[in-house]
Design a protein around this ligand. Structure first.
Ligand code: ADP
Ligand code: MG
Length: 728
């Protein structure tokens, strides 16, 4: 009997609410757990504070004395908040965050002890790194890697531990984490964008990329979660029949957020506030049990750290409310998946958003420069962007009729589409005075400063301009934001370098005026990259055909997408911009392939187990009941039993049919799995899984889901979709 399912349901349905009281004066809590800039100012001497600013904003070196001073200040603050330990907090390529806690306390002679923390401990550490993925960079015999302080991201407290954001590199200085190449990409885009923005404003010294992520997730009751080996081991349901009417169904369920979820969300938000993660919106998503959290945008490095922190905090706090957070891109078949929109822009040190149209033609030319260069970058490096969001989970979401397709395209909205079309028509070379006036008055001058309402919210585009920023929507919910941010900022950096070169050449060689040169180059870019602009319905089948005709790629699976990532031109791109060396890029690619194969292997094993050990026995038991019933009818009615037993007899046959089909499929799965794992190259293994194993898993699932529909409910071993998806 599957009474463990009913026990779990009973627990889930009778959960005691744990109301969370939101403390008053939230603003007073803001950043309480962060050693923020204003605390630094308070704790440090003026000299040390200025030196820290130099290190944080410009990457300047810091003397040992200053580092000591900052370390002592950090320790004093942390101790005053009750901290006992410290850790270098880093983001290895596992995708999770890592930390190794050390106590502040240090024994002294004569049985005394003090709390100790100094500059060297702040700046560098050598965690035992051998268990983190390195893609072959770090052979185990030289298993040393070290973490180094990132002064541009503030230290924070989790419980009684002081966490110091760090990069994680191998002994030979190669990146083993997300933060190292991210910082390099941000520095590249800063330098390139600053050069370009000087055409418009000579005083600008820095340009920061900004990121506002929107995190979608599902909440599932913990007791039900533990009844499902697929959720436990792979984060998604590998089988399960969708509820009759899918998600349009119970509208009333998600008009308002259920109280239990609300209590969790409130507590999560307060935790965010304490960590200075500027949470803003809170709402239900389209699917039942699905929610979203979106803070106000920040500088990219900080925003990325904050997203990692949030994902950790969610997991931690969910336990208190007996929830499990699912960050998988597609936890439930037939139900909307989860993404993590990455809203991205560039801002100058004077606080100006370079992707916001301005009040006059000059500002708008600046806007168009960054706008069109971004489009060109996406056009030229579309396959790289696609690869940056590739994962097994996201393969189930992209192109699944409710998320952007795997085809990279850019949505710009009616108004800007017209501007771009008009710009393409301007004369090549020098512009006449009349043409310039016309341009200023009617095209460039006419872009309204607030485009928000003009950009029709086309939800089907993977990369949409939304008024004053681009929104990369194809990013998966469980992704590390750094991955797409490394790609995007690097390609825009390269594009801006090329743009500067092109414009300067026209100014020097053709004696063109600056504005003429800029307009000429932009016109050319529109011509060469306009095929990436797509304003229509990205979910439609037509788009796939149209995109193919235009020559846009459609890499529907991770192995294909990843193969493109290590193309020569991309290796060159990363090397030239100092973001990743060839060795680093290839090592990372290897890790991604490995992760894909590992996860897929788990899914295949778990599904086979679930079907063999739970589904089939349950359905067999049901069949046995039917057989007993038929026998009984025969006993009572003798030779007249047949019409009375017709339905049962048919069902018995149907069940037998499905059993033998499943038996065959499981046999094939074993065979294909062996074949796939026999490939020596990891990319070949990955391809075999995507081409041969995935269709088998889908077939097994559909057989199992059919059994779920006919087997007696009381015998079914796993919580069903309708039970998992509706919390009270
Ligand atoms: P949606 O309709 O996609 O939910 P929202 O307006 O709710 O969009 O979210 C917009 C997101 O974009 C927010 O996270 C916000 O912080 C972010 N955002 C706004 N301006 C910028 C910017 N200049 N740079 C980066 N992100 C931004
Ligand atoms: Mg969005």
């Amino acid at each position: 009997m599957s009474n463990s399912r009913f026990k779990a349901l009973d627990i889930a349905l009778n959960r005691e609410l744990k109301p969370f009281e939101v403390p008053a004066h939230l603003s007073e809590l803001y950043g309480n757990n962060v050693f923020s800039e204003h605390l630094m100012q308070e704790y440090l001497t003026k000299e040390a504070f200025i030196k820290w600013q130099g290190a944080a904003c410009k990457g300047e070196k810091m003397s040992r004395e200053i580092a000591d001073q900052i370390a002592i200040a950090m320790k004093d603050w942390a101790l005053s908040c009750g901290a006992t330990h410290y850790t270098h907090w880093f983001q290895p390529l596992t995708g999770a965050t890592a930390e190794k806690h050390d106590a502040f306390i240090s024994p002294m002679p004569a049985g005394r002890a003090i709390e100790r923390f100094h500059g060297a401990m702040l700046i560098q550490q050598e965690p035992d790194a051998s268990s983190f993925p390195s893609g072959g960079i770090r052979n185990t015999f030289e298993a040393r890697g070290y973490t180094a302080w990132d002064p541009s991201s503030p230290a924070f407290l989790i419980g009684t531990t002081l966490c110091i954001p760090t990069i994680f590199v191998s002994y030979t200085g190669e990146a083993l984490d997300y933060k190292t190449p991210l910082l390099r990409a941000l520095s590249a885009v800063n330098t390139a964008a600053t050069q370009v923005v000087k055409y418009f404003n000579k005083d600008i010294r820095n340009v920061n990329a900004t990121l506002g992520w929107e995190q979608e997730y599902f909440l599932i009751d913990e007791a039900l979660f533990h009844q499902r080996p697929d959720l436990v081991f792979s984060g998604r349901t590998l089988l399960g029949h969708a509820p009759a009417k899918g998600q349009q169904l119970e509208d009333h369920y998600f008009g308002s957020i259920p109280q239990r979820a609300m209590d969790f969300i409130k507590e999560l938000e307060v935790e965010c506030i304490r960590l200075a993660i500027p949470v803003a919106t809170r709402h239900n998503e389209v699917a039942p049990n699905q929610f979203e959290l979106a803070p106000i945008f920040e500088e990219v490095n900080l925003a990325v750290d904050h997203n990692s922190l949030l994902m950790d905090a969610m997991d931690r706090l969910a336990r208190r409310h007996h929830f499990k957070v699912l960050l998988h891109e597609k936890p439930f078949a037939g139900v909307n998946g989860s993404g993590k929109h990455n809203n991205w822009s560039l801002a100058t040190d004077s606080g100006e958003n370079l992707l916001a149209p301005g009040k006059n033609p000059k500002k708008n030319l600046q806007f168009l420069t960054f706008f069109i260069n971004t489009i060109k970058a996406v056009h030229d490096y579309a396959d790289l962007l696609r690869a940056s969001i590739a994962s097994l989970g996201n393969d189930h979401r992209l192109g699944a009729n409710e998320a952007p397709p795997a085809i990279i395209s850019v949505f710009v909205g009616d108004h800007l589409k017209k501007v771009v079309d008009d710009l393409e028509k301007i004369t090549k070379g020098k512009l006449s005075a009349d043409e310039k006036t016309e341009l200023k008055l009617h095209i460039i001058g006419k872009i309204p400063p607030i485009l928000l309402d003009n950009t029709d919210r086309n939800r089907t585009s993977p990369f949409a301009f939304t008024g004053n920023k681009f929104e990369f929507r194809a990013v998966g919910a469980s992704a590390h934001c750094a991955e797409p941010m490394i790609a995007l900022n690097t390609i825009v950096a390269q594009q801006l370098i090329d743009f500067k070169k092109d414009v300067d050449q026209l100014i020097e060689n053709k004696a063109m005026k600056k504005d003429d040169a800029i307009l000429n180059v932009l016109r050319e870019y529109i011509e060469s990259s306009k095929k990436i602009i797509f304003e229509g319905d990205g979910y439609s089948a037509n788009w796939i055909k149209e995109a193919q005709k235009k020559g846009l790629s459609n890499h529907t699976t991770t192995p294909v997408a990843l193969e493109h990532e290590i193309r020569k031109e991309y290796i060159h791109l990363f090397e030239k911009n100092g973001v990743l060396s060839e060795r680093e890029l290839k090592a990372r690619s290897e890790i991604k392939f490995e992760k894909y194969v590992k996860l897929f292997t788990i899914e295949a094993e778990v599904l086979a187990d679930m079907v063999r050990n739970y589904v089939l026995p349950a359905a067999l038991r049901y069949q046995t009941q039917l057989i007993e019933n038929v026998k009984g009818l025969k006993e009572i009615y003798g030779k007249d039993f047949k019409p009375l037993a017709k339905n049962q007899s048919d069902l018995i046959a149907v069940l037998s049919g499905r059993f033998s089909e499943i038996g065959d499929l499981l046999g094939k799965l074993d065979e294909e799995r062996k074949k796939a794992l026999a490939h020596s190259k990891i990319s070949e293994k990955a391809k075999a899984f995507s081409e041969h194993i995935r269709p088998l898993l889908e077939k097994i699932r559909s057989e199992s889901d059919a059994l779920e529909m006919i087997t007696e409910d009381a015998l079914w071993p796993f919580p069903k979709y309708r039970e998992l998806l509706f919390i009270r």
